[in-house]
Design a protein around this ligand. Structure first.
Ligand code: CA
Length: 437
């Protein structure tokens, strides 16, 4: 993939709210979601973000506005689930992006017709944009793995396999929810060191700052996706919160890994930013010389040159007290996806090297994206060193883990001179009290 006219930082839309320089959704972004108006009883359908509006792709389809040979893509992008769009080829995705870009530009002849297809983002609600067949969660931050490892194994924080094999586990698709959907604190088996386990509400509820990667076209069962081809099988990315019950996790995780500590809820942001939109923010993938270099199936020239993505990521918390006082969520972490130890392409190549078949719309979490410094930690477990050092908030409150009423808000964006800002919007949810057990 290369830069093309759709990335031109000088492009302006006929929609003024896309041209502020501060919007997450300028004409260079064009991410996809599935939405409907909050009021009434409309069907969910696909949309594209532009400025503070959603371009209703079902309305675009019905009005037959877009020129060129993109009717199949428009049809797929108008659906209530975007799996068919994801099953298409990068050339087809790119053709749709180009048609949208040209029709949304200042001076485009489609302006009047497309204006009739806009819905204000303030009036819509979103849903999970695909049928997620399978959800896999990786563990790609060596900083997170080391910080967490230190809590459990001070003398041997990083397992030997970490630098050779992208670590992951198969997660649960049924409990994935869109941003804005709140969830009850989970309960589970908790075990104090000197007592038998009991069933109780989780006391150590945490978030994990991750990105979600949506699979595009899959591979036949038994075949592998080579690393050179891996990005052709990635549709785009979102923000992902892998909510984690640390006390449940500590008791259950050996020997088979996370189970009920992870599968009660996963939140995702509604907008899927395409790989093509992120092209200006590609960056080199490097390994320290003293580390093992990736095996050949996890290595390619293109992956080394541009395999990583510089997406800025932020975590903020809004407690119930802040909300009552009208105080905005307070940022507690800022980091970047570029610090990941394994790239998107390596995850796809590794996931399929044994013949496992990916399917369009499968979701892969990157794992907690902690950066190299303490201020870049992507989970409370790290920030509070396992609950030993409470995090102080500016209103005088403190947290070791999340309390009922806490909202956790992730945001993501790309910015640099000479390129348009590309935003991801937000991923937000609030912890509700546990059900009685
Ligand atoms: Ca995780």
């Amino acid at each position: 993939m290369a830069l093309n006219e759709t990335h031109d930082a000088g492009l302006q839309s006929w929609l003024a709210s896309a041209n502020t320089g501060k919007s997450d959704f300028p004409i260079q972004n064009l991410p996809f979601a599935v939405f409907r108006r909050k009021s009434g009883n409309e069907a969910f359908r696909g949309g594209v973000a532009i400025g503070d509006q959603v371009l209703d792709m079902a309305a675009v389809r019905d009005a037959k506005v877009l020129a060129g040979d993109v009717q199949a893509q428009v049809e797929a992008a108008a659906a209530s689930q975007l799996n068919a769009l994801m099953a298409m080829s990068p050339a087809q995705w790119s053709a749709l992006r180009l048609a949208l870009s040209r029709a949304l530009r200042a001076g485009a002849k489609e302006e009047a017709a497309l204006k009739a297809c806009l819905v204000p983002q303030s009036e819509v609600e979103y849903t999970v944009p695909v049928q997620v067949g399978d959800y896999t969660d990786f563990y790609t931050s060596v900083h997170h793995a080391t910080n967490v490892g230190k809590l459990f194994r001070p003398t041997n924080p990083l397992m030997e396999n970490y630098k050779w094999v992208p670590i992951g586990y198969h997660g649960r698709a049924s409990s994935i929810r869109i941003s804005g959907v709140d969830f009850k604190r989970p309960s589970g088996q908790l075990k104090a060191p000197d007592a038998d386990p009991v069933l109780k509400p989780c006391n150590r509820l945490d978030y994990e700052l991750e990105m979600g990667i949506y699979a595009g076209a899959g591979n036949p069962w038994g075949d592998a996706i080579g690393i050179e081809d891996a990005e052709n099988h990635i549709f785009g990315l979102c923000l992902l919160n892998d909510w984690s019950a640390r006390d449940v996790q500590a008791w259950e995780y050996q020997p088979l890994g996370p189970f009920l500590s992870k599968n009660f809820a996963t939140s995702i942001s509604p907008w899927i930013v395409t790989l093509e939109a992120l092209e200006p923010y590609r960056t080199a993938f490097t390994r320290p010389a003293e580390d093992p270099q990736p095996l050949p199936y996890l290595s390619s020239a293109a992956n080394s040159r541009r395999g990583a993505l510089d997406v800025q990521l932020s975590v903020a918390i809004q407690t119930e007290k802040m909300r009552a006082a009208g105080q905005a969520a307070e940022q507690i972490t800022q980091t970047s996806y570029r610090h990941a130890y394994w790239t998107m392409a390596q995850l796809v190549a590794h996931h399929t090297v044994n013949g496992c078949d990916l399917q369009p719309g499968d979701l892969m979490g990157t794992g907690t994206l902690s950066g190299p410094t303490a201020a870049e930690a992507g989970a409370l477990l790290e920030i509070t060193e396992g609950g030993k050092k409470p995090l102080s908030l500016s209103n005088g409150e403190s947290r070791t883990f999340l309390l009922d009423g806490d909202a956790v808000v992730f945001t993501g964006w790309c910015e640099k001179p000479g390129a348009a800002r590309i935003g991801f919007g937000e991923c937000r949810a609030t912890v509700l009290p546990a059900r009685q057990v």
